[in-house]
Design a protein around this ligand. Structure first.
Ligand code: HEC
Length: 234
């Protein structure tokens, strides 16, 4: 472009705006949109499975009650977070979360690795009366959930809807779903959900140094890479 042409473009504000927008658009498509369609951007974790019907209902109750307004579900790869909550979150762990519930506010602690941390009975007690466990807690009581039977009437359509966005539920699983919910309460469902959170990855094994050469072995894989099994290229 000659100086003459540049000057002409700069003197025409409307055309300049349009040309600028087109350039930004091209930039956005290349840097933000294209990666959505590139294989290898998502690391698939073989041990991550879709939620069971009961866990799925629990997840919906978690959203209904707005637990995500006070709790996050993502452990950042920062030293203090990993020490407090455990293994940091991997993108592949959220493959079947529609929508994901990472949250952005931690009035209460992160729940991404809550599964298996306490027995079910602890959760019942805590949900019924949080202050009986943590006196200064400002978490509301959810005692009513123990008395409310779970409404399983929409579970099949929920699973079918999730299947259209890529969650691999089989026809058999969908057919069997309502039966697995009979007799359950809302409390059963939300606790089933809490207990599965963060448990679908193989956590890094505790490192035990057996001989002095192991320490010096600079080729040893870092602990975090052992936790994820990237699937072979799909
Ligand atoms: C007003 C904010 C608030 C809301 C809403 C809330 N919580 Fe909490 N939650 C807290 C606080 C604060 C704590 C830490 C004190 C305690 O254990 O009670 C906590 C603790 C917890 C813990 C224990 C975490 C740990 O590692 O010890 C669990 C589990 C939990 N909440 C689940 C839930 C669920 C499920 C819901 C929705 C039904 C919910 N919370 C809604 C504030 C909240």
């Amino acid at each position: 472009m000659s100086d003459q042409q540049v000057n002409t473009l700069e003197r025409k504000p409307v055309i300049l705006i349009i040309v600028t927008l087109v350039v930004i658009l091209i930039g956005s498509v290349v840097t933000a949109l294209l990666p959505f369609f590139m294989e290898g951007m998502e690391v698939k974790i073989d041990t991550v499975r879709p939620y069971t019907a009961l866990e799925l209902e629990g997840r919906d109750l978690y959203m209904r009650e707005g637990c995500n307004n006070c709790h996050t579900q993502t452990v950042r790869p920062l030293r203090d977070e990993v020490l407090r909550y455990g293994e940091f979150s991997k993108s592949g762990e959220f493959a079947y979360d529609h929508p994901f519930l990472w949250g952005s506010k931690r009035t209460g602690p992160d729940l991404a690795r809550i599964g298996g941390k306490y027995p079910d009975s602890w959760h019942v007690q805590h949900m019924v009366d949080p202050r009986s466990i943590v006196p200064q807690s400002n978490m509301p009581s959810y005692a009513f959930m123990a008395d409310r039977p779970l409404d399983g009437s929409t579970i099949q359509s929920k699973m079918e809807a999730l299947r259209t966005v890529g969650v691999p539920y089989t026809d058999e699983e969908i057919a069997a779903a309502p039966a697995t919910l009979t007799g359950k309460t809302e409390m059963d469902a939300i606790i089933a959900y809490l207990q599965v959170l963060g448990t679908m990855i193989n956590k890094a094994p505790v490192e035990t140094v057996t001989d002095s050469t192991a320490v010096a072995d600079s080729t040893a894989a870092p602990a975090d890479s052992a936790a994820v099994t990237p699937a072979e290229a799909r």
